[in-house]
Design a protein around this ligand. Structure first.
Ligand code: NAD
Length: 264
């Protein structure tokens, strides 16, 4: 899909895109011809190798270090994107963090942080670009949710609540934008083997006294029926499809890419 330059001339912001799924989406969209704002923690200098790798596809790529917990920083990122490229055609609300704890011990500051990043940042970025997208009569808003936007797991109160909230926000925005050529959809991956997930495997193996393969199969992929991780590329190609003309009538959807997890 990405060799057709289907996004030539499109300008895109992908939040939380210096690693994992967001980075995969940035690469796929740049290969499809889009200019990209990549965003993540750290300085421009720290992130220059990542920026340059995405820009190797031949489009313009700029880095924003906006802290997605702060609405002023999100607003400044939109200004930066507009002054670099002009109008924003596509946003991918991807940034997200996890915190695992029983509800009775769930730290208030972790609840607030998970909500701010996984849900409120999408509200802010969407509201900052929605008016202009409506005026121009074309736009794509893609929210990276999770299987946890549809089903729950214990100890993930904030994450599950935020992702269910993101699925709800997706529907509201879809309805408000429906007559203006702007679609809004969620993609809900199951487990994807990003650096974040990979880093948890050795510790879980040690804690449970099992092998790393057993952690993958019996812990992480327990509910994922295919017993295979979703790949970053599979999520990125789904996002690319949602930007195509073929997907113009898909809006307000929550597309599962979860190896059958939520079919249970
Ligand atoms: P990741 O940890 O690999 O990447 C997170 C990115 O967010 C990084 O670029 C990081 O710099 C950035 N970031 C973190 N805090 C930030 C902040 N305050 N401001 C700006 N940027 C910040 O994550 P991932 O595993 O690729 O997950 C990406 C999204 O996909 C998340 O919303 C996550 O909930 C969702 N998701 C992941 C999985 C999975 O198995 N990995 C499954 C379902 C959904």
């Amino acid at each position: 899909m990405s060799d057709t330059k289907s996004l030539a001339g499109r300008n895109v912001i992908v939040t939380g895109s210096t690693s994992g799924i967001g980075l995969g989406i940035a690469h796929a969209f740049a290969k499809a011809g889009a200019n990209i704002v990549i965003n993540g923690l750290g300085t421009a200098q720290d992130n220059e190798p990542v920026r340059a790798a995405v820009a190797a596809a031949g489009t313009e790529v700029v880095f924003s270090g906006a802290n997605m917990m702060k609405s002023e920083a999100i607003s400044a990122m939109v200004d930066q994107a507009q002054s670099s490229f002009g109008a924003i055609d596509i946003i991918v609300n991807n940034v997200g963090i996890q915190h695992v704890s029983p509800i009775e011990d769930f730290p208030e500051e972790k609840w607030d942080a998970v909500m701010a990043l996984n849900l409120t940042s999408a509200f802010h970025l969407t509201r900052f670009v929605a008016g202009a997208m409506k005026q121009r009569g074309w736009g794509r808003i893609i929210n990276i949710a999770s299987a946890h936007s549809l089903v729950a797991s214990p100890y993930k109160a904030a994450y599950v609540a935020a992702k269910h909230g993101l699925a709800g926000l997706t529907k509201v925005v879809a309805l408000e934008m429906a007559e203006y050529g702007v679609t809004c959809n969620a993609i809900s991956p199951g487990y994807v083997l990003t650096p974040l997930v990979e880093a948890q495997i050795p510790d879980t193996a040690k804690a449970r006294g099992i092998t790393e393969d057993e952690v993958k199969r019996d812990v992480l992929l327990k509910a994922q029926s295919t017993k295979k991780f979703v790949t970053v590329e599979q999520v990125a190609d789904t996002a690319l499809f949602l930007c195509s003309d073929a997907a113009a009538q898909i809006t307000g959807s929550n597309i599962s890419v979860d190896g059958g997890w939520t079919a249970h």
